[in-house]
Design a protein around this ligand. Structure first.
Ligand code: SAM
Ligand code: SF4
Length: 342
C-alpha cells in the first residue's frame, strides 16, 4: 500500500471563524465495539454496514491531508479502534508523519480489551501515550457497566501497555450511584502505577436504554468531595485535549477533569472529528457536518478534498449546547459517542 510522505516540518494551522487554530484531529475508525457500555450505546445497537466504511488507505489519505494542513496531533478512536481489522496498518502508515516531524503525536483511545495483542506494536509505530477507559476496579461492576467486557483482559492489557513503555491515562466516566464511592481507590490505584486519571461527565449523545439524568454526576461535585480528602493543586499541564489538570499532593499524580456540562471548554477548542464514513464533525456537540468522502473519492488529486476541508473549518461553531435535565428526554445530539469517538 503506497503512502504519500510529507516533508514540511511546520505549517500554519487552519483557523476557524473564532480565531482558534485547528491542530488536532480525532478519527473514529469504526463504530463497532466489543463492549456495550450502558452510557454509550444500547445493548442491541445497529452498526453501519461495513461497505459504508472508508478503507484504511482512504483514512490514511484523509488524515494525511489534515496533517498537510497543519494538524499536529491525531487520535485514533471509535467504537473500539483496535477491533477494526488490520488497524495497525493505519498506525504504521501514519507514523511516517512523526518521523518527518510533520506531526507531534499519534495516539489512541481504547477500552483496553485488545492491548495485550497490540501494545508493543503500537509503541513501535511511535505511539507514546494512550488513553484507556475504565470506570471501575470491581469486576462485577465492570460487567454491569460494559455489559460484554472482560475485566481481567483489560487489566492484562494495561500491564502489557506499561511493559511496552506506553504512558497510560485512565479515563473514567463519573456515574451517579455507580462508581462515585470508588474514586479514592481509583486515584490510589492509577497514581500508584504511574498513570494519570481523568474524570469525564456523561454527555447526552445518542439513545441509550436508561435515563441519563439518573447517571449524570457533575464533576464540580466530585472535585469538591475529593478536596475533603486530597490536596489538589491546579496545574497548567495540558495534553492538547479539553481536560483541566490538578496535581494530588499526597500521590504526586495528576487528575484531569473533562467538564463539557459544568464548565464549557469550547473557547480553547482546537479539534475536529472524522467518522469512519468520512463525515467531519466540527463540534462534538452539534449535528452540523461536512462530507469528505465524496471529494476524497472524486479524484486522486487532493484539490477538491482540501477545498471541502477549508469550507468545513469555516463553519466550525462557537460551542456546543449540551443539556441534561428532566424536561428534555431526547439526547442533545442524536448520534452516539461511538460514531465520532471520545
Ligand atoms: N471504545 C473506546 C473507549 O471506550 O475508550 C474509544 C471510544 S469511547 C466512545 C471514548 C470515550 O468516550 C470513553 O472514555 C467513554 O467512556 C466515553 N464515553 C462514551 N459515551 C459517553 C457519553 N455519553 N458521555 C461521556 N463520555 C462517554
Ligand atoms: Fe465501546 Fe468505548 Fe462505547 Fe464502551 S465507551 S461501548 S468501549 S465505544
Amino acid at each position: 500500500m503506497a503512502a504519500q510522505t510529507l516533508n514540511r516540518a511546520h505549517v500554519e494551522p487552519m483557523t476557524d471563524p473564532f480565531g482558534r487554530g485547528v491542530t488536532y484531529l480525532r478519527v473514529s475508525v469504526t463504530d463497532r465495539c466489543d463492549f456495550r457500555c450502558v452510557y454509550c450505546m444500547s445493548e442491541h445497537m445497529t452498526f453501519l454496514p461495513k461497505r459504508e466504511l472508508l478503507t484504511l488507505e482512504e483514512l490514511d489519505r484523509l488524515c494525511s491531508a489534515f496533517v498537510t494542513k497543519g494538524v499536529r496531533k491525531l487520535r485514533i478512536t471509535g467504537g473500539e479502534p483496535l477491533v477494526r481489522k488490520n488497524i495497525l496498518w493505519l498506525f504504521r502508515a501514519l507514523s511516517r508523519h512523526l518521523e518527518t516531524g510533520a506531526m507531534d503525536e499519534l495516539t489512541v483511545t481504547t477500552n483496553g480489551s485488545q492491548l495485550a495483542r497490540f501494545a508493543a506494536e503500537l509503541r513501535d509505530c511511535g505511539v507514546e501515550r494512550i488513553n484507556v477507559s475504565l470506570d471501575t476496579l470491581s469486576s462485577d461492576r465492570f460487567k454491569a457497566i460494559t455489559r460484554w467486557g472482560d475485566f481481567d483482559k483489560v487489566i492484562g492489557g494495561l500491564a502489557a501497555a506499561r511493559e511496552a513503555g506506553l504512558k497510560v491515562k485512565i479515563n473514567t466516566v463519573a456515574l451517579k450511584g455507580f462508581n462515585e464511592d470508588e474514586f479514592d481507590e481509583l486515584i490510589r490505584w492509577a497514581h500508584g502505577d504511574g498513570m494519570d486519571l481523568t474524570f469525564i461527565e456523561t454527555m447526552p449523545m445518542g439513545e441509550i436504554d436508561g435515563d441519563r439524568t439518573d447517571q449524570y454526576l457533575p464533576l464540580s461535585i466530585v472535585r469538591a468531595r475529593l478536596m475533603d480528602r486530597w490536596t489538589l493543586e491546579d496545574i497548567p499541564y495540558r495534553t492538547g485535549g479539553p481536560a483541566r489538570y490538578v496535581e494530588v499532593k499526597e500521590t504526586g499524580g495528576r487528575i484531569g477533569f473533562i467538564t463539557p456540562m459544568t464548565h464549557n471548554f469550547c473557547e480553547s477548542c482546537n479539534r475536529v472529528r472524522l467518522t469512519c464514513t468520512g463525515q467531519l464533525y466540527m463540534c462534538l456537540g452539534q449535528d452540523d457536518r461536512a462530507d469528505l468522502r465524496a471529494p476524497l473519492r472524486e479524484s486522486d488529486d487532493n484539490a477538491l478534498l482540501n477545498a471541502a476541508i477549508d469550507e468545513a473549518i469555516s463553519r466550525k461553531p462557537k460551542g456546543h449546547d449540551f443539556v441534561i435535565d428532566r424536561r428534555t428526554s431526547r439526547p442533545s445530539v442524536a448520534r452516539h459517542m461511538s460514531v465520532t469517538g471520545g
